[in-house]
Design a protein around this ligand. Structure first.
Ligand SMILES: O=C(O)COP(=O)(O)O
Ligand SMILES: [Mg+2]
Length: 226
């Protein structure tokens, strides 16, 4: 390896997982060995990437809730209106919609800035209710996220880079869905895995052949050889 190892901005679901949604165990090997900052940038609520970073032995540098929560260098910031998202979710349920996570909703229990809805939900109804509340809906392939427009992983990455005193363009981003498009725009280089949705494929500099963590591993290996 001759060039400096680049910092990474990594999506979790669809990127560090396998096709069944489980974390690929090789992610531990690759990320523990990575000799630069690794930012987990996810739509999941804050505790998920925090615990994953913790058990990977990484610094806690995290973008959660699609940019709604950003943690870098011991400083956390929140963006986005959970109350408005909650009001939209309540209206959705009043009109017959189902949030779809069962009676204990671990997906939203710790969510501070948006609401996530199971993809079995009535998408048309959800989108029309969200629009009434001036909210947008992201479909990550894993959930519908009812969120404040303008709150994105990409702005989260800009905030992380600023806190760390780095240029966002130093980062290499890997992801799989429309919630990664903003990260791809901000990072210097971007890769979509082969299972990525059309928006992510279109936005990425490169779409790799491998799916899920196979694709991510191929990017990490080629970066390590630079
Ligand atoms: O929480 C989701 O819906 C997707 O999460 P991801 O951004 O890590 O893919
Ligand atoms: Mg994803």
């Amino acid at each position: 390896m001759t060039a400096e190892t680049p910092p990474l901005a990594l999506d979790i679901d669809g990127t560090l997982t396998d096709g069944t949604g489980r974390l690929d165990p090789r992610a531990f090997e690759y990320l523990q060995a990575w000799d630069a900052t690794v930012v987990l940038a996810t739509g999941k609520a804050f505790p998920y990437p925090v615990s994953l970073s913790h058990y990977l032995g990484l610094e806690l540098t995290v973008i959660a809730e699609n940019g709604g929560v950003v943690l870098a260098d011991d400083t956390v910031s929140y963006q986005g209106d959970r109350d408005r998202a909650q009001a939209a979710a309540d209206a959705f349920v009043e009109r017959g919609g189902d949030i779809g996570w069962g009676s204990f909703d671990a997906i939203n229990e710790w969510r501070r800035t948006e609401i996530a809805v199971n993809r079995s939900a009535d998408e048309d109804l959800l989108r029309s209710v969200a629009a009434e509340f001036d909210l947008e809906v992201f479909d990550t392939g894993y959930a519908y996220h009812v969120k404040t427009p303008g709150v994105e992983k990409g702005t989260g990455l800009e905030a992380v880079a600023e806190t760390l005193g780095r240029d966002p363009a130093d980062f290499v981003a890997i992801g799989d869905s429309e919630n990664d498009v903003s990260t791809f725009r901000v990072a210097g280089r971007s890769f979509a895995v082969a299972n990525a949705d059309p928006a992510a494929r279109e936005a990425a500099d490169t779409v790799v052949d491998g799916s899920y963590f196979d694709g991510t591993a191929s990017v990490l290996e080629s970066l390590a050889e630079e």
